[in-house]
Write a new protein. Structure first.
Length: 192
């Protein structure tokens, strides 16, 4: 899935208006944690790509044709996309009744679980530290040769539906603007 889709899914699951919450400060922390958790599995990729492009002057072709497959990069991706890691943190959060950690780890876990079946030849080692095995799904969220022509629009429809739910959940113009920006970031690549 695209990163904006992960944000929209996490928001639909955990983000609530703080004004209506029994504990507004606690809900604000939960909201922030869910959005951060949805970003964590992709954050290293963005950081590493920006570093290579801006600092080292590498082209997108060099980065995605070579660097992306580099063992160091794959090790970093294996850590922040580890299903066992996020499952353990989510279990700890449930056991200890820590809602902020639950939102963070739960959003990250849902991110990696939804990515797992949607990567054909660009998947991650989702079961580190137990194995470096990478599932090569027959389905890709982006590659037309592996049903990307179908999965991309389905992802956009899911996000549009969740955006409607979020739009109705929130009343403020700021929230509506953020929802619109997230949805636009999700559908813009398909429209372009």
């Amino acid at each position: 899935m695209n990163t904006p889709a992960h944000l929209i899914v996490a928001a639909a699951l955990w983000v609530r208006p703080t004004r209506a919450a029994r504990r507004p400060a606690q809900q604000a922390r939960i909201n922030a944690a869910a959005l951060i958790g949805a970003l964590i599995p992709d954050a290293s990729l963005y950081f590493m790509v920006l570093w290579e492009a801006r600092v080292n002057g590498r082209t997108p072709q060099q980065i995605f044709g070579h660097d992306y497959r580099d063992p160091f990069w794959q090790t970093v991706f294996a850590v922040d996309n580890s299903i066992p890691l996020w499952t353990a943190l989510t279990a700890l959060a449930v056991w200890r009744r820590w809602p902020v950690l639950l939102a963070l780890s739960g959003a990250a876990l849902i991110h990696v679980l939804t990515d797992f079946p949607l990567h054909h030849n660009d998947g991650r080692a989702h079961f580190q530290p137990f194995t470096g095995w990478i599932f090569e799904s027959p389905v890709s969220y982006w590659d037309p040769a592996h049903y990307g022509w179908l999965m991309g629009p389905l992802e956009a429809l899911l996000c549009a539906g969740l955006a409607v739910i979020l739009w109705r959940r929130f009343r403020s113009r700021v929230a509506h603007a953020l929802i619109a920006v997230a949805l636009l970031a999700e559908v813009a690549p398909a429209l372009i």
